[in-house]
Design a protein around this ligand. Structure first.
Ligand SMILES: Nc1ncnc2c1ncn2[C@@H]1O[C@H](COP(=O)(O)OP(=O)(O)OP(=O)(O)O)[C@@H](O)[C@H]1O
Ligand SMILES: O=P(O)(O)OC[C@H]1O[C@H](OP(=O)(O)OP(=O)(O)O)[C@H](O)[C@@H]1O
Length: 214
């Protein structure tokens, strides 16, 4: 039986960008990738098997080798710090990590920072030599300064609509974020032909799309 390349795909907002990118690379993905409750989708004619994952779990699957390759936001890579290869910047789902607060934010004696990304937040403030208590939340993080849970948050900003609608402002940018193609270290060697072929085709699609003024 053919050894399929196992590809972990994050469900949610990145999927539409991934469809477009793979389509541009001449590798149309199954239509129902994100819609169905089926989490393993083999496509033998592509030589691939897709594993539909929660975005934050993709680097875990790839580190443990249950997926050979995967697509993960740089935000997730920074938070999870998994032992994987980062092969390609796909240039999709572009946003930024920022420190956000109320416009009248002032340093306090016991600063608290809420985030879905506690490791990123802790590391950022540690490197700045600032002591803060980091509170892990699972979503709607912009609420935290409004209800007095934290005085600042670390979160993703794209259009800025969410922070604007909640009367918050960006205080500092931490990093620019895009999605990355990542690989398991062993799979990268053992399945190098298939991995390299996919990388080359995606790179061509990225270059063409950039030249077309996306
Ligand atoms: N507003 C945004 N604009 C652009 N890219 C974003 C934005 N928010 C998140 N992303 C990118 O998309 C990835 C997936 O985000 P998504 O919201 O689908 O997952 P999630 O936050 O883990 O959701 P859930 O916890 O609901 O599954 C993030 O890891 C990040 O790289
Ligand atoms: O700058 P904007 O374009 O408004 O995008 C930023 C928002 O998008 C993400 O939230 P998401 O939709 O993933 O929901 P979440 O609160 O569950 O993380 C992020 O956490 C911000 O809240």
């Amino acid at each position: 039986m053919q050894d399929l390349l196992k590809v972990a795909i994050p469900k949610g907002r990145i999927v539409k960008h991934i469809h477009r990118l793979f389509q541009g690379a001449g590798l149309p993905l199954p239509e129902d990738l994100d819609d169905s409750r089926k989490f393993i989708i083999p496509v033998p004619e592509m030589g691939m098997e897709f594993i539909v994952a929660k975005p934050a779990d993709v680097p875990t699957y790839v580190e443990y080798g249950v997926a050979d390759i995967g697509i993960a936001g740089k935000d997730v890579m920074m938070e999870e710090n998994r032992n994987v290869y980062e092969l390609l910047d796909l240039g999709i789902a572009r946003c930024r990590f920022s420190v956000i607060g109320l416009p009248d934010w002032m340093p306090s004696a016991n600063p608290r920072v809420a985030s879905k990304f506690p490791n990123v937040a802790s590391q950022y403030f540690r490197e700045k030599g600032q002591q803060v208590e980091v509170i892990k939340l699972n979503g709607n993080v912009e609420l935290a300064p409004l209800i007095g849970l934290a005085d600042r948050i670390v979160d993703l900003v794209e259009t800025g609509n969410t922070i604007r609608e909640n009367g918050l402002v960006e205080l500092e940018k931490i990093a620019d974020i895009t999605s990355r193609l990542i690989a398991n270290r062993v799979s990268y060697r053992m399945k190098n032909g298939a991995v390299q072929l996919l990388c080359d085709r995606l790179q061509d699609a990225i270059t063409q799309s950039a030249a077309g003024g996306r």
